[in-house]
Structures are given as C-alpha cells and as structure tokens.
Design a binder for this molecule. Structure first.
Ligand SMILES: NC(=O)c1ccc[n+]([C@@H]2O[C@H](COP(=O)([O-])OP(=O)(O)OC[C@H]3O[C@@H](n4cnc5c(N)ncnc54)[C@H](O)[C@@H]3O)[C@@H](O)[C@H]2O)c1
Length: 325
C-alpha cells in the first residue's frame, strides 16, 4: 500500500502510546482515521489533540474482546465514512509480568484475550469486509520482539505475541491473492502508557499470580520511558507498509537480531547446541554486566519486587529464579 490519502484507517489502542503515534502519522498522510480504545479518558485526550489539526479522526469506545461491540464498531465506520477501512492496525495490547510458574488462568485469559483474541476479532471482523469492498488494503499488527522468544517472567505476553506473529503470517499468505498486504511490527520498548494496562483489567479476571502494585508499575513506567517514540515507530511502520515488508523491526540491524535469535532456536534442537547456547548466554550476560554494571535498565527491579510472584505464593523459589538469570 503506497497511497494513503483519503483512505480509512482503523487503529485499535489508537488513543495512547504506539496507537496514538500511528493515528498521528497516518492522519498526517491524509487518511481518515478511526481510533478505537477501551479508555474514554485516552480517547478524550487524543481527540483534544486532533481538534484544531486538519486531521479527520473519529473516536469509538470499544473493548475489542467484545465481538458484538467490535462488529458494531465496524458498522459505525461504514456509516461514518461510507466504506470499511483500507488499513486495520491491531495495536491495543496489555501486559503484566511475573514468574511463569505463578501465572493464573486469569493472567492468561486477560493478556491473551486482549493481545491475541483482540487481533483475531479484528481480523475476523474486517477481513471479509475488506475483501468484499474490493479496494485492496493492508492489515498490520503491533506485536513485540517478545514474540520471538519466551521469557521466565513474560509467559502470557510472549505466548500471545508469538501466536500473533504466526497468525499474521497465515493471513499474509492467504490475503496476497486479493492484493491485500499484511505486516507485523515487533518493537522492544515503546515510550507509552502500558504500565497502566492493569487499570483496564476486567473484574472477573483480577486474580493474578504476580506482584503488581504502585511501586512495580512505577518501575515499569521508568523502563518504558526509555523506549522508542511512538511517532518515530509509526513512521517506521508506514515505511514497512509502503514496501510491503512482513516483519517490521525498528532496530538498527534487524537481520543480525533475527539471526542471533534463530541461532538460539537451532542450538536448542541438539544436546551439543544446548551447551553452545548456555556458553553464549553466559558470555552475553558477562558482557552486559561489564557494559552497564548494576545500572542496566532493569536495575532496581529486585528492590521493588518487579517480575516476582504474589507474596502469598510461598512455593515460588525466587532465589532459584535469581540464580537462573
Ligand atoms: N510499551 C512497550 O514497551 C511495548 C513493546 C513492544 C510491544 N508493545 C505493544 O504495543 C502495543 C501498544 O501498546 P503501548 O505500549 O502503546 O501501550 P498503551 O497502554 O500506551 O496503549 C495501548 C492502548 O490499548 C488500549 N486497550 C487496552 N485494552 C483494550 C481493550 N480490551 N480494548 C480496546 N483497547 C484496549 C489501552 O486503553 C491503551 O490506550 C501493544 O500491543 C503492546 O503489546 C509495547
């Protein structure tokens, strides 16, 4: 997709962080933009920003895990703009961190429900509409570098993002004959409000196995503040869409990052490789320690208890976990 002017974009999570950056960049490119978000305060703030700009932006309050509401939002787009979107960007997402072994069903249901289920709902809702409209288009999903690897403290999130990468690959292959493009954006850190995700966690999914409190959220906030600027990230995504690139990786040397990552996958397939990888990981940790000592981005995590289990889960052995790192 190369021409954006006059076309319609539907951006989930479009009222904050990465999604808001995308709304800014694609409206500057002349698109009519729908921002869909569960948080009314985020929608209000975003609309206050767009008011006064020439941008044509329409806000819809939507919990994208609610399929009926999603279909109603899609109908609303057609009512307002007279066409289904030519660009869907699945960006809404949530996260929460703690030992995989402490994860509850509710941790999985919430994170995977939004990060994977929300993308599925977007695709099932909009793919037939876009094909029927016959005007081509593009689907993009904001995934994460976390989708390329598991993490001892990121199980639901990494699993959701890995599934999303795979899901979008299937759509990439199936939508090609229709002249519809597909991309997945996989950043590491974004300067966003995702540390507030827990505020949108539904009542019936509150039971968590993780240590989540104002201190851990503030710690997370400090980490995310060092991430990429959402507008810069959106410009990289736009270029990826223009060039019909599937994996859009906002790094200086994405090929090297991917090769290193897949070397791990290859290594983990044989006993000799397992040893090679252990040695490589040890060296990498040593180099990181030399480079940043105790002042790396995650320094202070232990002090605030970030990434730990809920206090009453006494069977989670945090000492063993620390040794493993
Ligand atoms: N922040 C990071 O470091 C980072 C890194 C890699 C990938 N990502 C991904 O980027 C995407 C955007 O996150 P962000 O960092 O900009 O966070 P953000 O919190 O600033 O924005 C996400 C938006 O999604 C909305 N949202 C959450 N649940 C929703 C639901 N059920 N229905 C509709 N909207 C919902 C939130 O209200 C919020 O406005 C996510 O998919 C996230 O996983 C973030």
């Amino acid at each position: 997709m190369k021409d954006f002017a006059g076309k319609v974009a539907f951006i989930t999570g479009g009222a904050s962080g990465a999604g808001l950056g995308q709304a800014k960049v694609f409206s500057e490119a002349g698109m009519r933009v729908v921002i869909a978000d569960i948080r009314q305060d985020h929608l209000d703030e975003a609309m206050a920003y767009f008011r006064g700009k020439k941008a044509e932006v329409h806000a819809i309050k939507l919990d994208l895990t609610d399929r009926k509401a999603y279909a109603a939002a899609a109908d609303e787009v057609e009512r307002v703009y007279g066409t289904p979107p030519q660009l869907l960007i699945n960006t809404a997402g949530v996260n929460t961190f703690g030992p995989a072994e402490a994860s509850t069903f509710e941790d999985y249901d919430w994170v995977m429900g939004v990060c994977l289920g929300g993308v599925i709902n977007g695709m099932v809702t909009f793919v037939p509409r876009m094909i029927k409209a016959g005007r081509g288009g593009h689907f993009a999903t904001t995934s994460s570098w976390g989708g390329f690897r598991g993490g001892a403290s990121t199980a639901p999130y990494s699993a959701a993002k890995a599934a999303v990468n795979n899901l979008m690959e299937s759509y990439f292959l199936s939508l090609k004959p229709y002249g519809i493009g597909v991309s997945v954006l996989c950043p590491v850190g974004i300067n966003s409000n995702i540390h507030e995700a827990t505020f949108t966690r539904p009542k019936h999914l509150q039971n968590t196995g993780y240590n989540v409190n104002p201190e851990t959220l503030e710690f997370e906030h400090r980490i995310y503040m060092q991430g990429i600027d959402p507008v810069e990230l959106a410009r990289i995504l736009k270029k990826g869409i223009e060039n019909d690139v599937f994996y859009v990786l906002p790094f200086a040397d994405p090929e090297k990052m991917l090769r290193d990552n897949f070397e791990r996958v290859v290594n983990w397939a044989t006993p000799e490789g397992m040893k090679r990888q252990e040695e490589a990981d040890r060296k990498r940790r040593e180099e990181m320690r030399k480079r940043s000592g105790d002042s790396g981005p995650f320094s202070g995590a232990a002090d605030v208890g970030w990434g730990k289990a809920r206090a009453d889960l006494a069977w989670v052995d945090e000492t063993a976990r620390a040794k493993k790192k």
